[in-house]
Design a protein around this ligand. Structure first.
Ligand code: GLU
Length: 301
């Protein structure tokens, strides 16, 4: 059996809000209850929105919560050369092609969309001839071709999930026109190289797991187990976001001690039947996936 390795992969673009705290808590509990190792990685590909100060605040916030980690791997902004190698591998396999479509073309009403509004790339630039490519100029992103195949996974929180990559996603971008690698490639490489065996994060990322599983296969990484934690919503049904100042950790730290916040979240996760103050470490023996459910959870503070 492989050693259990989990990860925190925050984007240092602001203060953690309660949804992030909840997902981080579940990720940590799952790993620690198996005696596994936790890795921290800053996902700062978007250098405009992220900063070293936010990264430091995130580390402090995790520490305040009692969620520790064993190792911090280099931030994504420093790994371009590593990503280059995996990008070359895709090129060698003949799976990459330049895409000249503009944002407005991709999102136009005539472009194919799924019922939830996500656009599906129609393969517009896949078959361009070298001459046509030359005419289109030098501003292009790189897309990887996807096979006509359904990718399935059994999620620890959401149960069975499948996605037909060609029909529900289409060939997807791995490197943007400005040369920056996209999340899907970076996360696959980073989790793969760190030997991550379980990925626990918010349910909003469930639909990206099949793209990552496809890349894992191409790069030769073993797929991790997935657990996509339900969203926390405010009592009025609003999704919590980084803009929700009342739900960010900066505000919450002024109102309560970590043990109280963890007690509330543990109750929310179905790990305790009433709210009582408890530390992260004391929660480990209470951890189980089945109390969590799949649906959004309304948080009452
Ligand atoms: N960096 C992403 C976020 O903060 C999480 C990515 C992941 O867990 O795969 O939303």
């Amino acid at each position: 059996m492989r050693e259990c390795v989990g990860r925190f992969a925050p984007t240092p673009s602001g203060r953690m809000h309660l949804g992030n705290v909840f997902a981080a808590l579940i990720a940590w509990l799952s790993v620690r209850s198996q005696g596994g190792k936790m890795v921290l990685r800053m996902e700062d590909l978007d250098t405009q929105r992220t900063s070293a100060e936010f990264a430091e605040t995130l580390r402090r916030d995790l520490t305040w919560l009692g969620l520790d980690w064993d190792e911090e791997t280099p931030p994504q902004s420093q790994r371009t050369q590593v990503y280059d190698r995996y990008f070359d591998l895709l090129a060698q396999k003949g799976l990459l092609y330049p895409c000249y479509c503009t944002r407005s073309q991709l999102h136009s009403v005539n472009a194919p969309h799924l019922s939830d509004g996500t656009y599906v790339y129609a393969g517009t630039c896949r078959g361009l001839t070298p001459e046509q490519r030359k005419e289109k100029g030098d501003k292009f992103s790189w897309r990887v071709q996807v096979p006509e195949r359904v990718i399935c996974l059994t999620d620890m929180a959401q149960g069975d999930f499948s996605q037909d990559l060609a029909k529900q996603c289409g060939d997807f971008v791995v490197r943007r026109a400005d040369g920056v690698y996209v999340y899907q490639l970076a996360v696959t490489v980073d989790d793969g190289e760190a030997g991550v065996t379980e990925v626990v994060r918010g349910v909003d990322l469930l639909a990206s797991a099949p793209r990552q599983m496809y890349l894992q296969e191409l790069f030769g990484f073993q797929a991790p187990a997935y657990g996509h934690v339900p969203l926390l919503v405010a009592p009025d049904g609003r999704r919590l976001s980084k803009r929700d100042k009342d739900m960010d950790l900066g505000q919450l730290q002024k109102q309560m001690r970590p043990e109280r916040l963890l007690g509330i979240l543990a109750c929310t996760a179905g790990l305790m039947d009433r709210v009582e103050d408890i530390s992260a470490r004391e929660l480990i023996p209470h951890f189980r996936w089945d109390g969590l459910g799949k649906d959004s959870i309304c948080l009452r503070l």
